[in-house]
Design a protein around this ligand. Structure first.
Ligand code: GLY
Ligand code: MN
Ligand code: MN
Length: 457
C-alpha cells in the first residue's frame, strides 16, 4: 500500500503558480459521483483533475474558489445521517487542517461576477456548477472555451504541463504499481484461459496496492483493435496478448503501460521479428526525447524505424524516405507515438488540443499524424508516453481509400507470412529531463527474451 499523499505545501505552491498566471477569480469544481442504474448505486467518486491538482484530495460536491490571491475550499457540511451508511467524514475544520486550506460551508459560496471556470466532464456536475455561478454553461467541449475561461485554461495548461517534484513522486508510485500489474499479468498467462483471467490478475495487483485503474484495461489477443475493451477471448497457444493497463494513485496520478507477450511463453519467429522491430522503434523514440525536441519529430523517428524495418522484412517495397512521404507507416502504425501523462492518462485532454498542441500548431489530417495527441517542443518536467505499434488492421489493409496508391508498396504475399501477428504495442512513461529521458516504467522488462522468461512463470 502507498501510505502518504503529497504535503499540503505542494498544493499551496501550485495555487500560487496559478495566481501568478491568472489573477482573476477562479472556481474549480470537484464534481459529484455519478449514478449507475439508480441514484443510490453510484460509480466510485473521482474528482475533476483540475480540482485534484490544486487541492490534492477529491472532496465530493466541493469547489475551490481562488480570488484576490486567496484560495478557499467550499464544501458541504458533513451529514450526520450519511455517517450511518458511509462512516464518519471530517468536519470542515478538520478538513481545513488536513488540506492546509481555508474551508467554508458550500452554502456561503458566492462567486464574484466574471469568475472563470472549466467545464466538468459530466452533465450533472456541469449543471451544478452553472447553478453556483448563476450562468448558462456550455457542456463538454473544452477546446472551444472563450473569454476568461480560455485565459484560465491556458494558465492551467501552463502550470500543469511541467510536473513538480510532488507530481513526479506520484507518477513514480503509479509506475511501480503499473509495473507490478504487468508482471502479474505475464505470470498468470496460460493457453486456454480467457483474457479476463489475465486482466483480473493485473487489476488485482493494482487494487491490492490501494490504487485503481487509470483507464479501461485493454487485455486482448486482438491487439489490432486499438482500444479493445472486450475480455472474453480465449488465449490460444500461438496468440500474442496485448495488455495496456495502468494504475492510478489515490491522489489521481496515472500510469499507462503496454506490453505484448506470447501466450505460450515463446514468440514464434515471425512474431519475434516484428516485436523486435517495434522495440527498436520505441527505443529510438525514447532516445529522441530531449528538451527542445519537437514531439512530432519523436513520432517521425519511430515511423522511420518502422518503415525501414518493414522494407528489410519485405513487407513494404520502396525507398524509405519516399515511403514515409507517401504515408506508408500509417498502414501499420496509424496512431500517434504518445501523449502527455499526468493526472489524466491523456493529460488535460478535457481541454481538447489546447494542452497537447502548442499555440500556432494544429493537428494534421494526414494518415499517421491525425491521431497524434501532442505536438509541443519538449521541456524538462513533462511526462509523455512512447508507444509505437505494429497492427494488421483489416479495415485499413482491405480498403482502397486507406491503402490507395500505396498498393504497389505493400507486399501482401510477404505480409501473409506474419498472420500470427495481429497487434503489438510497447508503451512506457517517460520523463523529460535536462539530459537524457528517464523512463519511469523501466523496471518492466521488454526485450523478447526477458518477456519470455516472465510468461507463465
Ligand atoms: N491507454 C490508452 C493509451 O495508451 O493512450
Ligand atoms: Mn496505454
Ligand atoms: Mn498511452
Amino acid at each position: 500500500m502507498w501510505p502518504t499523499s503529497s504535503h499540503p505545501r505542494a498544493f499551496h505552491e501550485r495555487r500560487q503558480r496559478l495566481v501568478a498566471r491568472f489573477p482573476g477569480p477562479v472556481l474549480l469544481p470537484a464534481g459529484s459521483s455519478r449514478p449507475r442504474n439508480f441514484p443510490a448505486n453510484r460509480y466510485a467518486f473521482r474528482a475533476e483533475s483540475h480540482f485534484l491538482y490544486f487541492v490534492g484530495r477529491g472532496v465530493e460536491d466541493a469547489a475551490l474558489l481562488v480570488t484576490d490571491g486567496t484560495a478557499t475550499l467550499f464544501a458541504p457540511e458533513p451529514d450526520p445521517e450519511a455517517a450511518v451508511w458511509t462512516g464518519p467524514t471530517p468536519s470542515l475544520e478538520q478538513l481545513s487542517e488536513q488540506l492546509g486550506l481555508e474551508v467554508r460551508p458550500l452554502a456561503e459560496l458566492s462567486p464574484p461576477p466574471n469568475t472563470a471556470t472549466l467545464p466538468p466532464q459530466d452533465l450533472p456536475s456541469a449543471f451544478w456548477l452553472a447553478e453556483l455561478l448563476g450562468r448558462d454553461l456550455e457542456a463538454g467541449d473544452g477546446a472551444n472555451l472563450e473569454g476568461v475561461d480560455a485565459g484560465l485554461a491556458d494558465a492551467i495548461v501552463d502550470v500543469r504541463l511541467r510536473h513538480d517534484a510532488a507530481a513526479i513522486a506520484q507518477l513514480e508510485q503509479a509506475a511501480v504499481v503499473t509495473v507490478a500489474a504487468h508482471r502479474a499479468g505475464m505470470a498468470r498467462t496460460r493457453p486456454g484461459l480467457r483474457e479476463a483471467a489475465v486482466r483480473a490478475a493485473m487489476e488485482a495487483e493494482i487494487i491490492a496496492q490501494g490504487m485503481t485503474t487509470s483507464y479501461g484495461s485493454i487485455v486482448t489477443v486482438h491487439g489490432e483493435v486499438l482500444h479493445n475493451e472486450r475480455h472474453d477471448g480465449l488465449l490460444g497457444p500461438g496468440d500474442l496478448v496485448l495488455a495496456d493497463v495502468g494504475a492510478e494513485t489515490p491522489e489521481g496520478w496515472a500510469g499507462d503501460v503496454t506490453r505484448t507477450w506470447p501466450v505460450s511463453g515463446r514468440f514464434l519467429s515471425e512474431q519475434r521479428e516484428l516485436y523486435e522491430l517495434v522495440l527498436a522503434a520505441q527505443r529510438a523514440a525514447i532516445d529522441a526525447v530531449r528538451p527542445g525536441v519537437r514531439y512530432l519529430d519523436v513520432h517521425r523517428t519511430a515511423g522511420r524505424v518502422l518503415v525501414s524495418g518493414l522494407t528489410e522484412l519485405g513487407i513494404l517495397r520502396g525507398e524509405v524516405e519516399e515511403l514515409l512521404q507517401r504515408g506508408a507507416g500509417a498502414l501499420f502504425f496509424p496512431h500517434g507515438i504518445g501523449h502527455l501523462l499526468g493526472l489524466d492518462v491523456h493529460d488535460m485532454e478535457d481541454l481538447g488540443d489546447r494542452a497537447g498542441y502548442a499555440p500556432g500548431r494544429e493537428r494534421s489530417d494526414r494518415p499517421g499524424d491525425r491521431y497524434l495527441r501532442l505536438d509541443r517542443d519538449l521541456e524538462p518536467g513533462m511526462v509523455v508516453t512512447i508507444e509505437p505499434g505494429f497492427y494488421r488492421i483489416e479495415r485499413i489493409l482491405e480498403r482502397a481509400e486507406e491503402v490507395g496508391e500505396l498498393e504497389d508498396a505493400l507486399r501482401r504475399d510477404v505480409l501473409g507470412k506474419y498472420a500470427s501477428v495481429r497487434g503489438i504495442r510497447i508503451e512506457d512513461d517517460v520523463l523529460v529531463t535536462d539530459g537524457a529521458a528517464r523512463v519511469l516504467t523501466d523496471a518492466l522488462p521488454k526485450t523478447a527474451d526477458e518477456i519470455e522468461a516472465l510468461v507463465g512463470a
